[in-house]
Ligand binder design. Sequence first.
Ligand SMILES: Cc1ncc(COP(=O)(O)O)c(C=O)c1O
Length: 379
Amino acid sequence: MKKKFNTKVIHSGHSSDKDTGGVMPPIHLSSTFEQTEPGNFKYEYARTKNPSRDILEKLLAEIESGKQAFAFASGMAAINTVCDIFGDNYHIVCSDDVYGGTRRLFDKVKTGIDVTYVDFDKNINWDDIVSDKTKFIWLETPSNPLMKIIDIKNTSQIAKDFNLPIICDNTFASSFNQRPIEIGADIVVSSSTKYLGGHSDIVGGSIVINDPEKYADKIAYLQNAVGAVPSPFDCYLLTRSIKTLSVRMKQHNENALQVANFLNSHPKILKIHYPGFDPKYKDIAAKQMDGFGGMMSIVIDSDLKGVNKFLRQLNLFTLAESLGGVESLIEHPAIMTHASIDRKVREALGITDNLLRLSIGIEDVGDLIADLEQALQQI
Ligand SMILES: Cc1ncc(COP(=O)(O)O)c(C=O)c1O
């Protein structure tokens, strides 16, 4: 039976436990498995493969509309692994606004990778950028923290002309709102720490692929050889969390739209970055996303002192990194999540001292707006 998304999140990956009838699968904590004779086994050693991770990986592949998935100990471990499957000493094209940790990995850790950062809002002369050393195009859409939207379908058509894969970081949208593989992406990475986990109590990451013949062996090899894998307990927690992904995301989408409407007309807000409003992005967002998500960034009409006063005044928004949990969070990208990017680059992108990023939770939206309102009055 071809399942719809809301059914997949609940029924994919496992059915009732064969031994006990348990509706939820057991957590297989064993680190090693008995072999009937040397080399004859279903599972060998838990880093390589284990039943709890198998369930999660099947589930992740289905909800991303991919053919195969691989779970990792963090989003960064997933991104690092994706880079490693292409070898060393190569070139990539990357959208210019990406998570600070991704940029740090590309610029400062993967020294064998030469990166051309591209503003997808401008006309791109692909012939000038792509060379025979180019291995992939990296997209983060919506982007962190400026909520830029890139047309995935369009870019994947360009990528095909150059025979390059598109790798898309789908963390901000989550597979509920956007499934890049359905519109041309080859590989999807996510930080499952965010919406997939949804409760700010797991760190995890995933890679989902559409062409196992090309990539599966290489990823499985690195997953085992490097060993940046999630524990069976974290795999279980994620499987459990994903069951409520649809209902959580519906509420995130709804609450964020109302908060964005409120902030958009507030005199102390100079600019709001939210996919549903931005005239540059709203049509592409509406085309490739099923909802605009729970993330937005705002530029406050004040200096750092005023911004800090606003932050101190908030009661329901916790000042903390990360996003995608049921509780609302707020953070200061220039000092927190994007501090590892050089100040000049940051400011040229628009990550200024009066920019704040909000992750809208699923609390009562009237309470969230009232909290923002009273804090803005203090500036
Ligand atoms: C868009 C995006 N990708 C990747 C990551 C890295 O994920 P993790 O923190 O799980 O390593 C983050 C973390 O904030 C992120 O926002």
